[in-house]
Design a protein around this ligand. Sequence first.
Ligand code: NI
Length: 174
Amino acid sequence: MDIRIYGDEVLNKRAEEVKNIDEELKQLINAMFIKTPEANGIGLAAPQVGVSKRFFVVVVPESGDDSEVRTKAFRQVFINPVIKNPEGACKMEEGCLSVPGIWEIVERPEKIEIEYTDIDGTMHSEIFDGLLARVIQHEYDHLDGVLFVSRLPKLKQDLLKRKLKALKDKKRDY
Ligand code: NI
C-alpha cells in the first residue's frame, strides 16, 4: 500500500460514496489501520492510498503521562461521513502524509458533529472537539479533493510554492 503524494491526481478528485461494505473494503480498511501508525500518521483517507471512495480512518494512540494531559486512544473508520453543525474556531498545526515535510497552522471549527457508517454498516452521529475534531476535518477534506495547504492564507501558500513544486516534481520522476 503506497501513500499518494502531492501532485497525484487522485488527491484532487471528489471521492465516490461507498455503496456496500464488502470483504475487499474491510480488508482495505484493516490495512489502513495498520499503515497509519506505521507511517507515523493519525489519520488516513482512502484517496491517499489511491482509492477514490468516501471513507477514512483515524488512529490516535494513547499519549501523555500523569504530568501531561492524557489523550485516550481512538480508532475508528468513518464511511460516507457528513459533517454538520461546525462550532467555534481554533488554530492547530497540521501535517499530511501526502504532503511530507510541511507542517502549518490551520484554522478550522473547534467542534463538529459527524454522521457516518462504521465497518459493520451501523450508522452513528457523534460530536467531537479537540484533536479528534481536527483530524476528522482534515481527513474529510481529502474526500472532497482538498489538501490542508489550500486552507492556508494566500500569502502562506505563496511561500510554500517551491516546496510543493518539489514534491510534485519528485513524484514525476518515479
Ligand atoms: Ni492528509
